[in-house]
Design a protein around this ligand. Structure first.
Ligand code: CP
Ligand code: NVA
Length: 302
C-alpha cells in the first residue's frame, strides 16, 4: 500500500496536478463569491504546527478548512511537547493518528521531511527555511487569473535567493518558464537547486538587464524569519534590487509584480508600488485561501 501524498515542495506535484489545483482554486474562489456551499471536507481535522510567526498562512488554512466543512487545530511549538524535546518522529505518529491532514511551518526543512516520513496522513509545508510551496500555488493562481498560462513567459526574481525564490525555481521547472534571479553575490539560491533548474533558471547580477522583457517581477523581504540580526547588512547590499517603478518600467509592457507579504515598504519594494492601483499583491494574498483549499481537497482525495 502506498503512503499518503505530501506537499513538501512543488516537486511533489506533477505539472498537470499543479494545473489541476490552480484550476480548482479558481473554481472555489468563484463558488465562495457566489455564496455556494463547498463542504467537501466535512468533519476533517487539520492540525497546524507553527514554530514561526504567520498571518496569512494561519488565517488562510484555518478559514479554508472551516469553509470546506472541517476544523483546524492551532499548535504552536512552545505549547506542545516538541519544544520540550519530544522527537518529531513520535509527534508525527501521534498527531497523524488523530487528525486527517497536517500543515507545518518551521525552520529546518529536514524537520518537515522527518515528520512526513512518520505521518500516516498528508503533510503540507507551510514554509521552511528552504521552501514555501503554498505561496507559489497562490502566486501561480494569480498569474493564471490575470494573464493566463505562465508557461513560456519570463519571470524575474529580485533580491534574496531565499525560500520563496527556491519554490519559484521549482515552479519554473514544473511549468516550463524562464526565471531570472537578480541578486548580488552572497545571495544566490541554493547551488544544487540551481544546477537542477539550469534549463529554466539563471542568475543576473544586474537588475536592469534582468528585468528586461519580463512579464512578472517578484520580490520578498531581505531578511527572512530567523535572519533578523542580519537586517542592516542585507538592506545595504540588496538596495539596488528594490522592486520599484523604475525597474517595472523596464520590464515588458503590462508586467505584473508580486510580493508574498509581509512587506517592508521602502526596502525590497517601493511604497508607491505597494499602494499602486494596478497591484495584484492583495489578490495574491487572498488566493492563499483558495489555492490551499484546492490543495487540501487534492491531498485528501489522493
Ligand atoms: N506570505 C506568508 O506566508 O505570510 P505569513 O507569514 O503571514 O503566513
Ligand atoms: N522569506 C520570508 C517569507 C515570509 C512569508 C521568510 O521566510 O520569512
Amino acid at each position: 500500500m502506498t503512503g499518503p501524498r505530501h506537499f513538501l515542495t512543488l516537486m511533489d506535484l506533477s505539472h498537470q496536478e499543479i494545473r489541476e489545483v490552480i484550476q480548482r482554486g479558481v473554481e472555489l474562489k468563484t463558488l465562495r463569491r457566489q455564496g455556494t456551499d463547498t463542504r467537501t471536507l466535512e468533519g476533517k481535522v487539520l492540525a497546524m504546527i507553527f514554530t514561526k510567526a504567520s498571518t496569512r498562512t494561519r488565517v488562510s488554512f484555518e478559514a479554508g478548512i472551516t469553509q470546506l466543512g472541517g476544523n483546524a487545530l492551532f499548535l504552536s511549538g512552545q505549547d506542545t511537547q516538541l519544544d520540550r524535546g519530544e522527537p518529531i518522529e513520535d509527534t508525527a505518529r501521534v498527531i497523524a493518528s488523530m487528525v486527517d491532514i497536517v500543515m507545518i511551518r518551521t525552520f529546518a526543512h529536514d524537520d518537515v521531511e522527518r515528520f512526513a516520513a512518520h505521518s500516516s496522513v498528508p503533510v503540507i509545508n507551510g514554509l521552511t527555511d528552504d521552501f514555501h510551496p503554498c505561496q507559489i500555488l497562490a502566486d501561480l493562481q494569480t498569474f493564471f487569473e490575470v494573464r493566463g498560462d505562465i508557461s513560456g513567459h519570463k519571470v524575474c526574481w529580485l533580491g534574496d535567493g531565499n525560500n520563496v525564490c527556491h519554490s519559484w525555481m521549482n515552479a519554473a521547472r514544473r511549468l516550463d518558464f524562464e526565471l531570472v534571479v537578480a541578486c548580488p553575490e552572497g545571495y544566490d539560491p541554493d547551488s544544487q537547486l540551481l544546477d537542477a533548474c539550469a534549463a529554466q533558471v539563471s542568475i543576473n547580477r544586474d537588475p536592469v538587464s534582468a528585468v528586461a522583457d519580463a512579464h512578472l517581477l517578484i520580490t520578498d523581504v531581505w531578511a527572512s524569519m530567523g535572519q533578523e540580526s542580519e537586517q542592516a547588512r542585507r538592506a545595504t547590499q540588496l538596495a539596488p534590487y528594490q522592486l520599484n517603478r523604475e525597474l517595472l518600467d523596464r520590464a515588458a509592457s503590462g508586467a505584473l509584480y508580486m510580493h508574498c507579504l509581509p512587506a517592508h515598504r521602502g526596502e525590497e519594494i517601493s511604497t508607491e508600488l505597494m499602494d499602486a492601483s494596478e497591484s495584484v499583491i492583495w489578490q495574491e494574498a487572498e488566493n492563499r485561501l483558495h489555492a490551499q483549499k484546492a490543495l487540501m481537497e487534492f491531498l485528501l482525495a489522493s
